[in-house]
Design a protein around this ligand. Sequence first.
Ligand SMILES: *Cc1c(COP(=O)(O)O)cnc(C)c1O
Length: 387
Amino acid sequence: MNTKELDSKYVANTYARFPIELVSGKGSKLYDSDGKEYIDMGTGIGVSVFGVGDEKWIEAVTKQLNTLQHASNLYFTSPCAKLAEALCNRTGAKKVFFSNSGAEANECAIKAARKYAAEKKGSEYYNIITLNNSFHGRTITTLAATGQDNFHKDFLPLTQGFLYADAGDLETIEKHIKEEKVAAIMFETVQGEGGVVPLEKDFVKGLAELGEKYDVLLIVDEVQTGNGRTGALYGYMKYGINPDIVSTAKGIGGGLPLGATMLFEKVENVYTPGTHGSTFGGNPVSCAGALSILERLDVEFLQDVEKKSAYIIESLSSCKGVKGVTGLGLMLGIETQKDVNEVLSVCRENGVLPIKAKNKLRLLPPLNISFEDLQRAVNVIKKACEV
Ligand SMILES: *Cc1c(COP(=O)(O)O)cnc(C)c1O
């Protein structure tokens, strides 16, 4: 059997895969099992920040791989400590908990918020407000946090203690806070899986004000928006707010599984030995790779991300068959007149691999994609959108 047949027969049937078997890549280029070349406009869902086969990352990872691959959290290891330091220095967070995925990073954020509220206000203050159309993960608790009913179907009962409101609806959020006992508000700055929908600045400022007024923690889920993706190191930095907890994953590991939950001042000491943990979390190889990514996401580099973003927005907004472009930085959604699956299929045929978010085309290219590759990809997308 070939890979597609084997996969269909033996891998759990949870994914509607594109009809391509990827075998290798370099930078912004991916190659399939027929040797066909593609420009990568999806980076494995916003993971490969510096593309495939990034030399600095490979060097950092292989160096660590040849030294110590795993230690468990029973021991100290340098990459984990250094990455925590770097994240705190870059964000103002006080402490970091490491895990292996976005869902786990959010679980840690939710547990931290509940523990803070339980200790400070009482254990009945366990509710967390999330937004409709959000996405926070696939575990039973992060599904509960995810404000989209279609993800909940057939998995009930989910973890209790989540309240929902529409993005923009500060009134309902304040009502929840007054009528229920609330620990935290949790949101993505750009709703990724929800269709690449950025939150309004005033709304996010309003959330921060409510948080302050009622001592309700602000949790920002930066799993997709983090690590330079939006043109800021973390998306919340574009909104001028001070979160209490920031979760991230996807891009931080540069291709290896890694989740991080940053704990700011209020929740700095909420975790004590034995209250949370992870066997693989803070794995030295993943952390060594992450350090090599983070140190290159400087001001100059992020300005370049913004330039590329502006180029895509300008090129695609006005083109035939495109209804609009949403998003921030290199996390963009293209609303097309044609069915998105049709557009994706034409892009694939012509050697470009974007992904989708709801009914939109979603672009998450490597942040260091060359202008030349970007231009080529944009031209193919333009043509594919044309009606
Ligand atoms: C992808 C994603 C998650 C889940 O991450 P996993 O690594 O798949 O568990 C959570 N939140 C957001 C915003 C995401 O985009």
